[in-house]
Design a protein around this ligand. Structure first.
Ligand code: ATP
Length: 292
């Protein structure tokens, strides 16, 4: 079942068309990477999903319920981590989560177990210092705990790793990966390696639309080319029949041909290279292809 469904969404700010016909479906218990350049409209989309910003047209459903601007009832299914989470800095993590649990109506008898579980999940158990002394990574981790307090079906994170160092990013990605069994995660980012690390699926937002969806489970994004090692003489023999892009000394990338065609051509020119490698596209290759 889909937990988030966006149909033909449009949003402009005066004459700045930010979202222009966005369709998106996120299946339950997956991690979805919402990729886009700075200013492509990721935050704008998330605000509309949260009912905090009115779309010009189109529909959004969360857990099968229609999102209505100004009526935040669908937000009972959502936990949200903004890009810069704000806290009461004089509290410690336990006190802050206790307050969140009270506000969200978690029964007193259930609170301690829930808070202990979340503090452990985000690696803040036993940390007594005030939030004002937290690093950026600790604040992000506390933000995830806060967003999960009410067992949401959907956790939305707005660029959760963008401002973090590699260690902080790894910690956040590990946590998001761990919660996949309990909730569905949608996170926006322009850090492609983060997407490759934990996402099941990713969608690329470009010029207001989802221009490409990628299944990351098999990690096969298609062929980029075939890389062969050629002597200068072999290269000259092949140059008229193949597009050869020089990569390094004696290494050339062949594009525009299948592997079978390359074998046939090499054979017909009596060229038998020492090295021949099928080169796969990376997520970055796909991203650059569809956004340039
Ligand atoms: N309230 C607003 N009024 C006018 N323009 C806005 C408003 N909010 C966003 N925009 C514009 O909409 C566009 C998309 O912004 P948005 O913050 O959604 O992008 P983003 O993909 O989240 O970017 P980033 O990766 O930098 O956070 C930008 O051109 C931004 O200036």
């Amino acid at each position: 079942m889909s937990i988030l469904k966006i149909d033909d969404l449009h949003k402009s700010f005066r004459d700045n068309k930010v979202i222009g016909g966005l369709d998106l479906v996120v299946e339950e218990n997956t991690i979805y990477g919402f990729i886009g350049n700075n200013g492509s409209g990721k935050t704008t989309t998330m605000k509309m999903v949260l009912g905090l910003l009115k779309q010009d047209s189109g529909e959004i459903h969360v857990n099968g319920e229609k999102v209505v601007f100004g009526n935040t009832s669908t937000n009972r299914h959502i936990g949200f981590l903004p890009d810069v989470p704000e806290f009461y800095a004089y509290m410690n993590a336990g006190e802050y989560l206790e307050l969140c649990a009270e506000i969200t109506g978690i029964k007193k008898a259930d609170r301690k177990a829930r808070i202990d579980h979340l503090l452990e999940l985000v690696g803040l158990q036993g940390v007594e210092k005030r939030i004002k002394a937290y690093s950026r990574g600790m604040k992000q981790r506390l933000g995830i705990a806060q967003a999960l307090i009410n067992r949401p079906k959907l956790l939305i994170c707005d660029e959760p790793t963008s401002a973090l160092d590699p260690k902080g990013r790894k910690e956040i990605l590990n946590i998001l990966h761990q919660v996949k069994g309990e909730t569905t995660v949608v996170f926006s980012t322009h850090i492609l390696s983060d997407v490759e690390r934990i996402c099941d699926k990713a969608g690329i937002l470009y010029e207001g639309k989802l221009v490409q969806e990628i299944d990351l489970k098999d990690g096969n994004f298609g062929d980029k080319g075939i890389v062969v090692k050629l002597t200068p003489e072999e290269r000259n023999r092949l140059a008229g029949d193949l597009i050869l892009e020089r990569m390094a000394d004696n290494m050339y990338r062949i594009t525009g041909c299948t592997l079978e065609e390359v074998y046939q051509l090499l054979n017909s020119h009596h060229v038998y290279p020492d090295q021949l490698v099928r080169e796969r596209k990376t997520l970055e290759d796909v991203y650059l292809e569809v956004t340039s």
